[in-house]
Design a protein around this ligand. Structure first.
Ligand code: CMC
Length: 431
């Protein structure tokens, strides 16, 4: 915790309480209310945590007004352009960019854990073929704790390290198997001579009957999508992983909880919802109708891929994603993709509309990612599983940081109770 430089004064019923304030290395100062209940007998109220810092962290920083995202201090656009996913994983997990030898060692450790226990194949076969791949992932990732007992003791730093590597390595295999299962094709085993993104594409698109050669354009685009989604400080799924882990639960179970949270359309599920919305709009002439619906208070419809709790400016990931969509579609010879045309025109019209300007609603990471994934050949149901693969490093880096924190306490929010007060039980015959 940072040095206390200032205090905030809170007056309740004529009595003043001094609350220490902490200055972060970046971002607004934080009022420390940990002793408030003990000293003043009151709670604070902040549903949705719009003004509450739940932890201290050194991993990721977002300046929502500037539209800036830093991982360990490095801007996301530099990482997307110059780095690659496994190097970013190393950076997030260990705090610094690796030397060439450290990177080689890390990549070889990840590569050696890409297969999953053979018996886990039977688990997949227990699901219905039409299951959503996210439903399969929630179950199978949680089940890793039933297969890898030797890395579930969170008190042992070595087991924590092995669990981290296993999760990074096995997540693409599990997501690809979920995909193969739902389309009725045989599972493809991982190939350790391929890089992380190429291996994932191969496990998704290769079939035993044919030779599959990974397209380097698609592999680079896939890697960039992984990189852009790697971490995003205390978002809903990461906070879920932290909260679940605060009880001491094993990392596989906690990451399964994170996957469940990610699935919702306000979070990771927005990429699927966004592409489906763009396809439903279909042609640019229908855009005004959808913008009008998004602005209508009586219509629950929202422009998917627009708005963010933290960014009140362009999501920096959306900028890279838009550029990537242009590049990938051009290289694939489908630059006249109608969905991309609708997306660009929708972005233009929404940004010119006072409703979106006043509420500071800009395109987020999900606005363009689906267009690239669709061009690669993925169905919309695979978009959120791909987000889950990417975000696994964020979840486990934040988990690792939390477990090593001597201040760790079980997460246990309080409430503003509005229910009945004490009353006597009424026997059923008298009700
Ligand atoms: N379309 C239309 N209006 C919107 C939108 C939108 N996409 N997003 C926010 N608003 C309006 C909202 O109606 C509210 O208006 P008012 O103040 O008049 O009630 C105002 O803007 C503030 O919205 P909020 O819901 O209070 O803001 P929030 O911080 O709780 O929600 C959000 C953030 C991302 C859930 C929301 O913007 C949203 O639902 N966006 C669409 C879903 C989406 O794209 N999610 C992906 C987020 S980025 C990736 C990720 O986190 O996984």
């Amino acid at each position: 915790m940072s040095e206390v430089k200032r205090v905030a004064k809170l007056e309740i019923d004529g009595k003043t309480y001094e609350l220490p304030m902490h200055s972060p290395t970046a971002g607004p100062d934080v009022i420390d209310i940990r002793k408030l209940y003990a000293d003043a007998g009151v709670f604070t109220y902040d549903p949705g945590y719009t003004s509450t810092a739940s932890c201290d962290s050194t991993i990721t920083f977002i300046d929502g007004d500037k539209g800036e995202l830093l991982h360990r201090g490095y801007p996301i656009d530099q990482l997307a352009e110059k780095s690659h996913y496994l190097e970013v994983c190393y950076l997030l997990l260990y705090g610094e960019l690796p030397s060439p030898a450290q990177l080689e060692d890390f990549e070889s450790r990840v590569t050696n854990h890409t297969m999953i226990h053979e018996q886990m194949h039977f688990l997949f076969r227990g699901f219905r073929r039409d299951a959503h791949p996210m439903a399969i992932m929630v179950g199978v990732v949680g089940a890793l704790s039933a297969f890898y007992h030797d890395s579930t003791d969170i008190a042992d730093p070595w087991q924590r390290e092995v669990a981290s590597i296993r999760l990074i390595a096995k997540m693409p295999t599990i997501a690809a198997m979920a995909f193969k299962y739902t389309i009725g094709q045989p599972f493809e085993y991982p190939r350790n001579d391929l890089d992380y993104a190429s291996n994932f594409l191969r496990m998704c698109f290769a079939v035993p009957a044919e030779n599959y050669v990974v397209n380097p354009i698609l592999s680079r685009a896939m890697d960039r999508i992984f990189t852009l989604h790697a971490d995003h400080e205390q978002n809903a799924s990461t906070s879920t992983v932290r909260l679940a882990s605060s009880s001491g639960a094993n990392p596989f179970a906690c990451v399964a909880a994170g996957i469940a949270c990610l699935w919702g359309p306000a979070h990771g599920g927005a990429n699927q919802a966004c592409l489906e919305m763009l396809q439903e709009i279909g042609t640019p002439d229908r855009i005004p109708e959808y913008i009008a619906r998004a602005k209508d208070k009586d219509d629950p419809f929202r422009l998917m891929g627009f708005g963010h709790r933290v960014y009140k400016n362009f999501d920096p990931r959306a900028k890279v994603m838009k550029q990537s969509a242009d590049e990938v579609l051009e290289l694939l010879g489908v630059e006249n993709n109608p969905t991309l045309q609708v997306a660009k025109e929708l972005e233009r019209q929404a940004l010119a509309d006072p409703y979106f300007a006043e509420k500071k609603l800009f395109p987020n990471v999900d606005f363009y990612s689906g267009i690239i994934l669709e061009a690669m050949g993925f169905p919309t149901s695979m978009f959120t599983p791909i987000f889950a693969v990417s975000r696994t490093i964020g979840w486990i880096s934040q988990w690792k940081e939390m477990i090593a924190d001597p201040q760790l306490k079980i997460g246990r929010p309080r409430q503003l109770y509005k229910g009945a007060t004490l009353r006597d039980y009424v026997d059923i015959e008298k009700r």
